[in-house]
Write a protein of this length. Structure first.
Ligand code: NIG
Ligand code: FE
Length: 388
């Protein structure tokens, strides 16, 4: 079955060979043909080949589906009061994670599954067609494995984050917790996970602990990614580069040395503007990262503590308004950048052979994603060639 989507006023392909010659590869007055689950053809409307069905996009913009490479969706409980307190001047601290850990451990599995289903639906409705999902609110063998089993029902991009913080029962014996995460917990979780992550920051894990856990994860066949540089500067970003991590996330306090290391590497810097918004933190220096040639992604960091948004459009608006991305850089980071952070070559762009994952906007241009903040512009979401 082939479908011709035509009358596309502005088609963002993320294929620099197309259209305007920029990284976004923008075609105007374009068409796209879907064959089964994949894109079969993109190009000017008048050159489109015939297809079984024809859909007019009424001159609207069409963009690749957003790729959210950082989300913590498996949890229970509510921390809205913490957000309110922060807005009145309380600082964010990693310690708040323990509140969600207690609620998650106490929740039954159907409750956790229903919560992930609700958030996955929010992500989809906003135009996210691929998302990563971390554990990290179980922090014991059974609850971390259970979290990943729940996440696996929704996405293949599952991440073992047993090293989110040291749970209360190990507070006096961190070393034993690091051993548990790198040993028994890793063995129980590895079958359910593709990635291994560590929160390497003040109040969480130091670089030696992070190195031990990520190295054990690599030996178990998982690929490292990291949280680093969110709460202060440190050696986490350079450790991520040394270990060949796919991505290092937050980078709010990235130093010149960190940026130099990232620029010479294949590690993506994933910026999470929802976290700066919700913790009233300083903004990362996105311009320095971009201008140094670092591959930059944008992700929601959807979680109940530091960034409870499921909206990539909102993150794009913040990136443009407050982190000085151009609208084009922000859209690229939220699509192709996210795909790079997940080492995916089948999503994040619209070209023959890629997955037919795209969003038809209620707008004539992708610039409206930042220009009309807070407005639900994802009019139709297509995933694997089918309306999602
Ligand atoms: O990515 N930084 C660590 N983890 C989350 C916050 C988790 C929480 O506060 O519950 C983050 O921001
Ligand atoms: Fe996170």
């Amino acid at each position: 079955m082939s479908v011709l989507y035509t009358d596309i006023g502005e088609l963002v392909t993320n294929d620099p060979e197309q259209g305007d010659g920029t990284p976004l590869g923008v075609l105007t007055d374009a068409a796209l043909v879907v064959e089964g689950t994949d894109v079969a053809w993109v190009g000017p409307r008048e050159k489109a080949p015939a297809a079984d069905t024809r859909v007019s996009c009424d001159n609207a913009a069409v963009i690749p589906g957003f790729v959210d490479s950082h989300a913590h969706l498996v949890f229970a409980g509510d921390r809205s009061h913490e957000f309110a307190a922060r807005m009145s001047g309380q600082p964010y601290a990693a310690g708040g994670i323990a509140t969600t850990v207690a609620a998650t451990r106490a929740a039954d599995t159907p409750t956790l599954t229903a919560n992930v289903a609700r958030l996955a639906e929010e992500l989809r409705r906003g135009g996210i067609t691929t998302f990563e999902c971390k554990s990290g609110y179980g922090l014991n063998v059974a609850d971390e494995a259970r979290s990943l089993e729940v996440a696996s029902a929704f996405t293949d991009e599952t991440t073992f984050l047993g090293a989110h913080v040291v749970p209360p029962e190990f507070r006096e014996d961190r070393e034993s917790y690091v051993d548990l995460v790198s040993g028994e917990m890793l063995r129980a979780c590895a079958p359910w996970a593709k990635w291994v992550d560590v929160f390497c920051d003040k109040g969480a894990f130091d670089v030696d602990e992070a190195r031990a856990i990520l190295t054990a994860g690599k030996e178990a066949g998982l690929v490292p990614r990291m949280h680093a540089g969110q709460l202060g500067p440190g050696d986490g970003i350079r450790l991520a580069v040394q270990l060949g991590a796919a991505s290092v996330d937050h980078c709010t306090y990235a130093t010149d040395d960190d940026i130099e290391a990232l620029a010479g590497s294949s590690t993506v810097a994933t910026l999470l503007p929802g976290a700066e918004f919700s913790t009233r933190a300083r903004w990362p220096d996105a311009r320095r990262l971009i201008e140094a040639g670092v591959t930059v992604a944008l992700a929601t960091d959807c979680n109940p503590g530091s960034s409870y948004t499921s909206s990539m459009s909102f993150c794009i608006a913040l990136a443009v308004r407050d982190m000085r991305f151009t609208p084009a850089e922000a859209l690229w980071a939220a699509t192709a950048g996210g795909a790079a952070a997940l080492r995916r070559t089948d999503v994040g762009a619209l070209a023959p052979g890629r997955r037919a994952d795209f969003v038809r906007l209620d707008a004539p241009s992708y610039i409206h994603l930042a220009y009309r903040p807070g407005v639900p512009l994802a009019r139709e979401v297509v995933k694997n060639g089918a309306p999602a």
